[in-house]
Structures are given as C-alpha cells and as structure tokens.
Design a binder for this molecule. Sequence first.
Ligand SMILES: Cc1cc2nc3c(=O)[nH]c(=O)nc-3n(C[C@H](O)[C@H](O)[C@H](O)COP(=O)(O)OP(=O)(O)OC[C@H]3O[C@@H](n4cnc5c(N)ncnc54)[C@H](O)[C@@H]3O)c2cc1C
Length: 346
Amino acid sequence: MKVDYIIVGCGLAGISICEQLRRNGRSFVVFDNDSQHASTVAAGMYNPVILKRFTEVWDAQLQLDIAMPFYAELEQLLQSTLIYPYPIYRRFSSVKEQNTWFEACDKPALENFLATQLINNSFECIDAPFSFGEVKQAGRVDTNALIEGYKAYLKSNNSLITTGFDFENLQHSKGGVIVNDIQANKIVFAEGYGVKSNPFFGDLPLKEAKGELMLIHAPDLKIDVIVKSSVFIIPEGNDHYSVGATYNWSDKSVQTTDAAKEELQTKLEKFLKCDYTVVEQYAGIRPTVVDRRPLLGRHNSHSNLYVLNGLGTRGVMLGPLMGQHLYNFMEKHIDLPEAINIRRFS
Ligand SMILES: Cc1cc2nc3c(=O)[nH]c(=O)nc-3n(C[C@H](O)[C@H](O)[C@H](O)COP(=O)(O)OP(=O)(O)OC[C@H]3O[C@@H](n4cnc5c(N)ncnc54)[C@H](O)[C@@H]3O)c2cc1C
C-alpha cells in the first residue's frame, strides 16, 4: 500500500492532523492501539479564560476561530453532534474575587469572554452566596463521540490499524519510510503520553499530569451551564454531569484511584446541595510541557518524521490550530512559530 502519510495516534492530536490531510486530499493510514485515553476521558471543555487568575488563555480567540468550524465540519462528516455550547459560571468565594473579576472585565483581551454583570444564584442545588461570573464562547466537545466516530470512519475506509506502531518495522527509504507493507512519504507521531516509548521523540520534555473525573447522576440538579468552583460540573444530558478533574504529577498509571474520587467528592460537596450517585470514574494522562506550549516539529536527522504532541490540559481548543500549523509546515514549508517548535528545546 502507498500513502502520503502514516499517523500514529488517533486522539485529539492525531485527528487534528488527519483532518488537515483529508481536507487537502492527502492519503493516510492511522495506527492506534488504544493504549492512552486522555482524549476519550477528557471533559471536552473549551474555555478561553484561565479561571484561577482570570487571564486569557494563550491565543484564545484564534484557537476558537479555528476549532469551532473544525468540529462543525466533523459533525457533518461523522453525522454526530459533537459541540455543546454552554456558558461557564465561575462561582465566587468572596467579594475580593468579585472585584478581581471586574478588574479582569476591563482588560481588552478578555472583553469578548467575560460578562460584566454578576449572575445571582438561582440554582436550588448549588450554594453560591457570592454569585457567579459568566464566561462566554465556552462549552463542551463530546470527545468520546468524536474519537469513536472518527475511528469508525477510518475503519470503513480501511485506514485504521489497531495494533501498536512497532518501531522495529520502520525502515527509512529514499524519500520516505516503509512500515511492514506500507510505503509513506512522511510519518506524524501523535501518541500523547505514549511518545515516551518513541525512540525518535521520546526525550521531548513531556511531563505527565494524570487526571481523573467522575460521571455523576444528580436528578435534582437541573443546570444547563458549566459551573466552575474548586471542581467543574459539566452537563452531559439525562441528569448526568462530569465532575473534575484532579491533577497528579507523579502517578503514571492509567487506573482510577479511591484517593481521586474522595478528593472530587469532598470538593463537590462543598457547594453541591443535592443527592447524587457516582456512575463512573475515568483516568487519563495529559501530555503537558514545562513551558505549557505544544510540541510540533521535524526530527533532526530523519526529515520524514514529525511530531504533534504536548496539547496538555487544553487539547480541544489547541488541537485544530496545531494541526493546521503542522500541515502548513510539512506541505507548504511555512515555518512553525518558535513558541511551539520542538527546536526550542534543542
Ligand atoms: C481527566 C482529564 C480531563 C481533561 N479535560 C479536558 C477538557 O475539559 N478540555 C480539554 O481541552 N482538554 C482536557 N484534557 C486534556 C486532553 O485530554 C489532552 O490535551 C488531549 O487529549 C491530548 O490528546 P493527544 O491526542 O495528544 O493524546 P491521547 O489522547 O493520549 O492520544 C494518543 C493516542 O495515541 C495512541 N498511541 C500511543 N502510542 C501508540 C503506539 N505506539 N501505537 C499506536 N497507537 C499509539 C493512543 O492509543 C491514543 O489513542 C483532559 C485530560 C484528562 C486526563
């Protein structure tokens, strides 16, 4: 088989580059062995504001402007609803926080994202004596539906290989690579935290940030916004909500833990005032980078090998723009911005 590209990884990073290739008429096959789950377990939230400090996410408007049409086109391709716009209600814990919010509203970079009017609490099941601040242009992408749908789409085109990518079978040929019986011009590695076992890009400065979240059933809660306090509550439909997430910088296992469940429940019960049951618990490893910028680029000595990684805690918003940058670099020879180029670590 001859293709233009081999992609390793079918998470948010892999799909972001696959879609650039598909939309530009390039052929490709994808390897994915279901070994990492960050994209499938993600809460899928897109949120242009850092809600701890009330500052703008890096390049937030540009990321949203690329990401929203990107997922809308995928909804058409996969015939599935993926985008669920919801405002985020940031619960204030003091008057001081309200004041910091008002100061943030005056910053030009945030004026499209923060509503200046406080929202008084009308939810019976949420305790919020200091009201909420509303973040606009936010919501949730159903990443689980996206990954499942995309894999089914690839499978129906005979473009998905569900075994692990075996580096021993990789041969470098003139003008390309050969893997088993597949000849390709280029390979893009998008393995998330799995890149640690990659002999070509495994030494990139990726830091694991394990995250866990719970799916709860809370029939009395009845909210149709995302509430952010010390944890998020995100509507999932049918009285189900995601609650998360934890951050653990030392545990590299992909199993869920009782400690994370207890942490989430303790934080949740500080402001949730109705009964609920925990239906499921999920865990995944976020591929984060020391300087909080993605990792894109070409291998130093093997010019047909590329990487797209480091989407960190914000793969939903970041992925589509990064896919576009990498495509432009590989196909149009447009330099990658220095802030995201792996060269910055060489
Ligand atoms: C609990 C939690 C909540 C999160 N919530 C959000 C959120 O609300 N919003 C947001 O934007 N982001 C969120 N994130 C972060 C987001 O999940 C990541 O930024 C994103 O999923 C990273 O995507 P990725 O494709 O790089 O990695 P992954 O999703 O890990 O995908 C890598 C893929 O590569 C495959 N793979 C790896 N090695 C190989 C190999 N050798 N051969 C074949 N296949 C291989 C894996 O099976 C996997 O499918 C969350 C993460 C976690 C853990």
